[in-house]
Design a protein around this ligand. Sequence first.
Ligand code: HEM
Length: 157
Amino acid sequence: MQRLRSKSVLIPSIALAAVAATSWLSLHAGASPAAAVDPAEAAIKAAMSQMNDALKVLGKGVTAETKVAALDELTKFETALIAAKAQVPASAEKVDEKKRAAFVADYRKTLLETLKIACDAEAAIADGKYKDAEKLINNKLSAQKSAGHGKFKPEGM
Ligand code: HEM
């Protein structure tokens, strides 16, 4: 009877432990190979998200009062961009092997163009030309974002 009772407790306990372990594994994506994230993709995502945060702040406008903060946000934008351009976008996998190198070079050059615009905006702010900086940020940087995503962002992401 004693054996029977301990068995009836043991089996549900094992089942409970198995359920708990499964949920823990599904919560900690790194532990599951199926959910593994490509490091290059993760690096681009992190960098892009930092660029996005900086652009949101800059998009609110630049004035003499926000000069220091705006310069700081542009530094964050530029630093993240430099990290992103060192990676190969996941979309390159779908490009014909013979054309892949040119595609990756184009990705890098598009980001370099974007960096030049960010540098021009930074120089304008440093010179106190806030309206010029706002134009570069709101028109040119946003255009680079749309063009870059149209060409290089994997579909549906
Ligand atoms: C100019 C401002 C830009 C901003 C604010 C921006 C912002 C973003 C954001 C928020 C994402 C989604 C990140 C995520 O899924 O967590 C993203 C993804 C991406 N962006 Fe940009 N982007 C910009 C320009 C560009 C340019 C110029 C290119 C290409 C030359 C580019 C290429 C990509 C790629 C390839 C992804 C997909 C990353 C992945 O999921 O594998 N972006 N970007």
